[in-house]
Design a protein around this ligand. Structure first.
Ligand SMILES: Cc1ncc(COP(=O)(O)O)c(C=O)c1O
Length: 409
């Protein structure tokens, strides 16, 4: 059975937060790009960890061994989620931003004058700021230009990459515009000059099954709270690479992957619940193993989300004064994230008005500050963004459209 309205209504029962209401109206969680709600099994997994093995790793006693086992199983499950061959390629951290700064610290010990890093105009600041900081070491940062829909300009990439380039840091999907960029050119060119490719897949991972074997990054980030999991950052590193990096770490800490970049005591209870989030998504698919069930489920959920977002896009574009930013829905793949502006009302006022009616939505730049600035929208309050997640329904979208029509009237 494909993932459709009936499956969505069943899934909604698994998410306790969806039963919240405001003034008699159920809350409409259209804020998935900023973080999704979590299903019961994820909450239960954290609960279980606190009840059964609330300790630290490395002890010669049963609760510590149970925790070790759950942590390793989670690394294996996340490896399956990103399509990696080894659990040791998966490291955890407080969030993606903190992990990116840790990597940047390591790179700062490798590079200096004469080295170059390519970033993009499309990226979230978490995939710009940590690399811009390398300028303090003399590293030159160049920015890959984008077109109005948020696609990387291939000729600009070709003209800026060269033998001095050490890193190309770019996203797989834009959290502001929903664009999904093909990274194969960046991979090919970075290989040719011997540079690493680092991918921010935080906005991509909730919607499109990752396959690091096909995408072939050296580093890839995602964040579990964007795909129905806890607030934990995830770093995939190409097998063998992390062991060579001069990361910040204590002399008492393991210097091997995946631990080499994991400082201090981690949030174990949260981390082990990531496995529950991935298994939950996979429970909507068919197949002989977790990877097959997961890719099947994600493929189906993608179609469901895409149709809802395309429907919203079609209808909202007919509202007087509304402009859509980002690619249209003939572009595939595309994330089900739609950003608009209205000529009739500021995004700040719109979001307050909609918030009072129970719509959870974000406005502004969502930390993708550079692209909003380039679109000329910074001074006017940025974008009004809605994102579709697996639990959103057509009636929520209809309610939102009616509310936007009222605002425009
Ligand atoms: C595309 C993208 N990259 C990076 C981040 C930062 O992730 P984290 O909150 O885990 O640091 C976000 C968060 O919104 C994001 O949307």
């Amino acid at each position: 059975m494909p993932y459709a309205n009936e499956q969505c209504l069943r899934a909604r029962e698994d998410f306790p937060a969806l039963s919240r209401s405001l003034d008699g109206q159920p809350l409409a969680f259209l804020d998935g790009p900023a973080g999704t709600q979590v299903p019961g099994p994820v909450i239960d997994a954290q609960n279980h960890a606190y009840r059964m093995f609330n300790t630290n790793t490395g002890g010669e006693f049963v609760t510590s061994r149970d925790l070790e086992e759950a942590m390793w199983r989670t690394r294996e499950t996340v490896a399956t989620f990103v399509g990696a061959s080894e659990a040791a390629s998966i490291s955890f951290g407080a969030n993606m931003t903190t992990l990116a700064f840790s990597l940047s610290d390591a790179f700062s010990r490798l590079w200096g004058d004469g080295d170059e890093v390519l970033i993009t105009a499309l990226d979230h600041e978490a995939n710009r700021g940590p690399w811009l900081q390398l300028q303090d070491r003399g590293v030159t940062i160049r920015e890959i230009a984008i077109d109005k829909q948020g696609y990387f300009e291939p000729d600009d990439l070709r003209s800026k990459i060269n033998q001095r380039t050490r890193l190309v840091a770019l996203n797989a999907s834009s959290n502001a515009l929903g664009t999904v960029n093909d990274l194969s050119l960046a991979r090919k060119l970075s290989r040719e000059v011997g540079a690493w490719m680092l991918v921010d897949a935080v906005h991509y991972a909730p919607h499109i099954a990752l396959d690091v074997q096909a995408m072939d990054p050296d580093f890839l980030f995602c964040s579990a709270y964007k795909f129905y999991g806890p607030h934990v950052g995830i770093l995939y590193t190409r097998p063998g690479l992390l062991d060579t990096l001069p990361t910040n770490r204590l002399c008492t800490q393991s210097s091997a992957a995946p631990y080499r970049i994991e400082t201090g005591t981690l949030n174990h209870a949260a981390i082990v619940s990531i496995a529950a989030a991935i298994e939950y998504i996979a429970s909507w698919g068919q197949g002989n193993n977790l990877r097959e069930r997961l890719t099947d489920a994600m493929g189906q959920i993608y179609v469901y989300e895409h149709e809802l977002a395309a429907y919203y896009c079609r209808r909202v574009s007919a509202v007087p004064g509304v402009r859509i930013w980002g690619p249209d829905f003939s572009a595939k793949p595309r994330s089900p994230t739609v950003s608009i502006t209205s000529g009739k009302i500021s995004t700040d006022d719109a979001v307050k008005n909609l918030g009072a009616q129970g719509f959870c939505l974000w406005q502004g730049h969502f930390y993708a500050q550079r692209v909003v600035e380039l679109l000329g929208l910074s001074a006017s309050g940025g974008l009004l963004r809605m994102g579709v997640s697996m639990y959103n329904t057509r009636s929520e979208i209809d309610r939102l459209l009616e509310a936007i029509e009222r605002l425009a009237a």
